[in-house]
Design a protein around this ligand. Structure first.
Ligand code: SF4
Length: 317
């Protein structure tokens, strides 16, 4: 049996790419790349709809490394899509070789995304990742050069598709024909394409604090740029709760009165702790000094900072 391994975000195009191959009795497995910027749960759910084996592969180190200096540059925000795709395909090829898959595939469609999925970008990704011998794009295969898998007869080119452009009509029709119980959005969902998050990430990078754990952490809270450090202050009880499970930085909590949780990333100086504590207190009703405790067992006395002073440190838009 022919075996194929797909890069799979959980979007509709990836699901269709799988089904097009499954229609040819090809055995299909799916991989979703896990990182602070991408939630793999969509991939897991979509694979369950297709009833195919699925796994998450940790991609954090790869994508964080690319954020420092992506050879092909960034998209509109901090999304290094071309190099990201190329690195994913490289990883996929390694797995495919090790586990004896015959080829790898993706749900990319020519012309669907102006920057990362035009014909030139698809070729660039293929060349950068050295996967020309093994990579198939079933949804646009008929308008791309034949791949070795097609010429060798592993895949019937005639039964692949010729999708081109941003329209979604054919994809939606196919989803209905296949009877998918849920129709996800066309991929997406990557935080690196979000302008607000990218802005935060840029600040983290400028502060010399870019790491996978810190990138995960800055999804939460109001953000403040301190001296050689970044402070995060929870905006709601739910957010405080999520921040409580942080495995990076120093956690600061106000004792005895309700208030936000704080996280200090970076240099733990007395100044930075005092400043972050004061910022946290400014979001409470306290008019007097309060006690703040850290997850390192320390206790601090803190008092509020004036909001106009506080806002000088704020980088939350
Ligand atoms: S949208 Fe995000 S996950 Fe997708 S290729 Fe671009 S950077 Fe990578």
């Amino acid at each position: 049996m022919i075996r194929a391994l797909g890069a799979f975000s959980g979007g509709l195009d990836g699901m269709l790419a799988c089904r097009v191959l499954m229609d040819q009795d090809i055995y299909v497995e799916a991989v979703t790349f896990d990182s602070p910027f991408f939630d793999v749960r969509a991939g897991k759910k979509a694979a369950a709809v297709l009833d195919i084996p699925w796994r998450a592969v940790d991609f954090t180190a790869d994508i964080v490394a690319l954020l420092f200096d992506p050879p092909s540059g960034f998209g509109k925000n901090m999304n290094p899509c071309i190099d990201c795709h190329a690195t994913m395909f490289k990883r996929l090829k390694e797995i495919a070789r090790k586990e004896e898959f015959d080829f790898i595939f993706s749900g990319e469609v020519v012309g669907q995304r102006p920057m990362s999925q035009n014909r030139g970008s698809l070729n660039r990704v293929k060349n950068l990742s050295s996967t020309g011998d093994i990579l198939l794009r079933p949804l646009s295969a008929k308008i791309l050069d034949p791949t070795p898998m097609e010429t060798a007869g592993l895949v019937d080119r005639e039964r692949l598709l010729d999708l081109n452009g941003r329209g979604r009509t054919r994809q939606l029709e196919m989803a209905r024909e296949y009877g998918f119980s849920r129709i996800p959005s066309p991929g997406g969902g990557c935080l690196l394409t979000d302008p607000g998050y990218s802005n935060r990430l840029g600040v983290l990078k400028e502060a010399g604090l870019l790491s996978g754990d810190n990138a995960r952490m800055i999804r939460f809270g109001r953000m403040f740029l301190l001296n050689g450090a970044v402070g995060l202050v929870g905006r709601s009880a739910a957010e405080n709760d999520k921040m409580l499970h942080a495995d990076t930085g120093i956690q600061l909590a106000i004792r005895d009165i309700p208030g936000p949780l704080g996280i200090l990333l970076g240099e733990k100086t007395e100044n930075n702790i005092t400043l972050l504590n004061a910022i946290m207190v400014s979001y409470t009703r306290a008019q007097e000094q309060v006690t703040v405790i850290s997850n390192q067992g320390e206790e601090f006395t803190a008092e509020r900072i004036d909001p106009s002073e506080r806002d000088k440190y704020s980088i939350t838009l």
